[in-house]
Write a protein that binds this ligand. Structure first.
Ligand code: PEP
Length: 249
């Protein structure tokens, strides 16, 4: 087991409303044994202040699912890092594959988002991952290296990395522990090449892609998997707690 404190994020995506978010936080926090993992919930923008207030002083933190690269301006429908901090977020996802694919966000936009997060003291969780076609074409490592290099050009002072193979997100198809470990080990080597062994040794690299209570433990047993980013299964506080607890409490 590494020295890195495990990190588990719950990405609610475009689910829940205020009343169900309150019930969710109450149910999750009713588990009052301190988990061994650091936990972050990522609700949609409108629920950030509410969720941040519910989690204040607890073992869980609140993050946002996205941010605009600029601090303010004529960007209808977007939210800046400044506004996210004001709403109580301390973390933000950058480059989630649903943003890359649904909104055409390329590597350069992701770099600018990581820069904005860093500027506002938000901890970016930088998401990278290959599509099914890229994996079949033998391009997985090339894609991961390209996405990581672009994000690191922002020179973030702190960050976590999420390896999220696109073919495993929301599909029920999970990467095997060996496949995920291979990608995580590669990403850690890339971090070491760019930032040195000390930094690579402390940065958390979490796995995301159809994590559930029944596959979490075998993934968590891999030496370079330092936590999870959980979508679907995070919507049920009991399942999410079971995943968190696979790191011990
Ligand atoms: C995600 O949204 O980042 C994710 C990994 O989703 P799921 O767990 O549903 O595959």
């Amino acid at each position: 087991m590494s020295e890195r404190i495990p990190l588990v994020g719950g990405n609610w995506k475009m689910h829940l409303v205020s009343s169900s978010a309150v019930d969710y936080c109450d149910a999750l926090l009713a588990n009052d044994d301190d988990p061994r993992a650091e936990v972050v919930l990522f609700p949609s923008f409108p629920m950030l202040p509410l969720v941040a207030a519910k989690l204040e002083g607890s073992w869980a933190a609140c993050g946002a699912q996205d941010l605009h690269p600029e601090d303010e301006g004529a960007h209808t429908g977007d939210v800046s890092g400044l506004q996210l901090r004001d709403a109580g977020s301390t973390w933000v996802l950058c480059g989630h594959s649903e943003r890359r694919h649904d909104h055409g966000e390329g590597d350069d936009v992701v770099r600018r988002k990581v820069e904005a997060a860093t500027r506002h003291g938000l901890m970016p969780m930088i998401c990278v991952g290959e599509t099914g076609d890229e994996r079949k074409a033998g391009r997985t490592l090339e894609v991961l290296e390209r996405q990581l290099t672009a994000a690191l050009a922002a020179e973030p002072t702190g960050f976590a990395l999420a390896y999220e193979p696109v073919w495993a997100i929301g599909t029920g198809e999970t990467a095997t522990p060996e496949t995920a470990q291979e990608a995580h080990e590669f990403l850690r080597r890339c971090l070491a090449d760019r930032l040195g062994d000390d930094v690579a040794g402390v940065r958390r690299i979490v796995y995301g892609g159809s994590v559930k209570p029944d596959n979490a433990a075998s993934l968590a047993a891999q030496p370079d998997i330092d936590g999870f980013l959980v979508g679907g299964a995070s919507l049920d506080p009991e399942k999410f707690w079971d995943i968190i607890r696979c790191w011990g409490s």
